[in-house]
Design a protein around this ligand. Structure first.
Ligand SMILES: *Cc1c(COP(=O)(O)O)cnc(C)c1O
Length: 361
């Protein structure tokens, strides 16, 4: 399902950081942010942090989402997306999803906004790398005066209506966890349409520390208390190395995804995919929907094929959500994600598709 792949040049970069005598937050983290900013693969003004979860939490804080308000989160996501709203002392309201894309259903969001007066933000997740309808979200955001934040943990390399994710006007949170397209092990970054928000996030990721008025008698001020969320130069060194191979890896993920779609086109398997012609999944995952999911997963396992379930619907966890999300519940019973990482060969994908077609026949 996963194969850790770390660029060999990370060893050289790590040696440089270790020998430099500065291994915490420092110039290499700044360089990593610089390279991310010019890559055009992620949003603008990136601020590097120690996880995607921290990135989502900082997004809520810097967007000034009021404490005590409600945040809408799709039921089909990793628990982080809801956990950060609770950490921010907000109530979580789960929105249902579209079966075809796995993404948040805008009708469900609209229903919530019509009936719940205290919603201040919606966190949209680009599930498996499949872009959400950002135009629809932004229309709702204007009409109801709510903030849209994007959980881009799966969305590096994704394209919405012919445009890269970097062109989104929203605050975005990315993860560099071991299983993600840009894998550091642990890490993440939050991006902002404006530089002032990024400056604020850079203070808040390190307890709110501001050294701009530093003097012999005063090491720093803390105008606004923050969190211990900063990335350090050891992680940034690996991040810089991983960026070197990122475009090629995304190209492989994309061709792996296309191979799966070609080979499964005539099978009874339901492919979860983009709804718009000019949308493009970055190929983080290959979600499919099948009947008898447990039996199929067992048979795949017996044929030496690992698979994964993304995700258990969030209603299953103690997050205080009460609204039913029937489409997400059903999706979570039927979904299987197949291996797509850049080290899998097209022959291996054909093998997976052949075995899968036998199981579901
Ligand atoms: C991985 C993931 C996160 C959290 O990222 P971490 O770096 O593990 O904190 C958030 N949302 C989604 C959808 C994810 O898959």
């Amino acid at each position: 399902m996963y194969r850790p792949q770390v660029e060999p040049s990370s060893l050289i970069r790590l040696r440089q950081v270790i020998e430099s005598g500065w291994i915490g937050l420092g110039p290499v983290t700044g360089q990593f942010e610089q390279e991310l900013a010019v890559s055009d693969l992620i949003g603008k003004n990136p601020v590097a942090v120690n996880s995607g979860t921290a990135a989502l939490h900082l997004a809520l804080v810097v967007a000034d989402v009021p404490k005590g308000s409600a945040v809408v989160v799709p039921a089909n996501t990793f628990v982080s997306t809801a956990a950060v709203a609770l950490q921010h002392q907000c109530r979580v309201i789960l929105a249902d999803i579209e079966r075809a894309t796995g993404n948040v259903d805008l009708e469900s969001v609209r229903e919530i906004l019509d009936t719940e007066p205290d919603v201040s933000a919606v966190i949209a997740v680009h599930y498996a790398g499949i872009p959400c309808d950002l135009a629809g979200l932004s229309e709702l955001s204007h009409r109801y005066g709510v903030t849209v934040i994007e959980d881009c943990a799966h969305a590096i390399g994704s394209v919405w209506q012919g445009r890269p994710m970097s062109e989104s006007p929203n605050i975005q949170a990315y993860s560099f966890h071991a299983t993600k397209a840009l894998a550091i092990g642990e890490g993440g970054c939050v991006t902002f349409p404006d530089a002032a928000s990024a400056e604020r996030a850079k203070r808040l990721r390190r307890l709110g520390i501001d050294m701009s008025a530093r003097s012999w008698g005063n090491p720093y001020d803390i105008p606004e208390l923050g969190f211990k969320y900063n990335m350090g130069d050891i992680a940034a060194a690996v991040g810089l190395a991983q960026l070197e191979g990122l475009r090629e890896n995304l190209r492989k993920r994309r061709s792996n995804l296309i191979r799966y779609r070609e080979r499964l086109a005539d099978s009874p398997v339901e492919l979860v995919r983009e709804s718009g012609d000019s949308d493009r999944s970055g190929g983080f995952a290959v979600p499919i929907l099948v009947k008898n999911r447990e039996r199929v997963r067992k048979e795949l396992d017996a044929a030496g094929i690992e698979s994964e379930i993304y995700f258990r619907p969030l209603g299953a966890f103690p997050i205080g959500a009460t609204r039913p999300t029937p489409v997400a519940e059903r999706f979570a019973q039927d979904v299987i994600c197949l291996p797509i990482h850049p080290l899998i060969s097209l022959d291996e994908i054909d093998y997976v598709c052949d075995r899968l077609s036998e199981c579901v026949a």
